[in-house]
Design a protein around this ligand. Structure first.
Ligand code: ZN
Length: 176
């Protein structure tokens, strides 16, 4: 397994929609292992493949950051088929180190995807798990959580990021 470098905003790979995974093979399973290790190290509760430089529609979510077994969700070619209700909460993102913003999302989400054996799976999630899945699927669509805030707030965050890039304080948490 390996720790992969995390791409930070505004890396263009974060701003382009990803391509479907053509087939689940050993290369994909290895990528998933590396992504889980990278997410655990950071630590974070979710990671999309384009955040580690691979433009494929695949993400991992683990609300315990790999600290407890059984919490890992691997979503290959996920599609949100249902979303309802609303929840407001603070979100972070491994591509935006040390930045949290308040984001409104659906409270319940159903996602269809395929698993590591290539089988179709449907998952219904609520609360924080739904939030994390929606956040990661947004990455896979070539978007970031900044799209969910007002343009004023977005400009404030972007200004803060430019300042941190200039001072050399915009670095990948998993690489430390
Ligand atoms: Zn993110």
């Amino acid at each position: 397994m390996a720790i992969l470098p995390i791409r930070l905003y505004p890396d263009p790979i974060l701003l382009r929609p990803t391509d479907p995974v053509p087939q689940v093979d050993d290369e994909i399973r290895k990528l998933v292992q590396d992504m889980v290790e990278t997410m655990t190290r950071a630590p974070g509760i979710g990671l999309a493949a384009n955040q580690v430089g691979v433009p494929l529609r695949l993400c991992v979510v683990d609300l315990n950051s790999g600290q407890e077994p059984g919490g890992l969700v691997v979503l290959i070619n996920p599609e949100i088929t249902e979303a309802s209700g609303t929840q407001l909460g603070e979100e972070g993102c491994l591509s935006f180190p040390d930045i949290t913003i308040e984001v409104t999302r659906a409270r319940l989400a159903t996602v269809e995807s395929i698993d590591l054996e290539g089988k179709s799976v449907t998952l219904s999630a609520e609360g924080l798990l739904a939030r994390a899945i929606l956040h990661e699927c947004e990455h896979l669509d070539g978007k970031t959580f900044l799209q969910n805030v007002s343009s004023l707030k977005r400009e404030l965050v972007k200004r803060q990021i430019r300042k941190r890039i200039r001072s050399g304080d915009w670095v990948d948490a998993a690489a430390k």
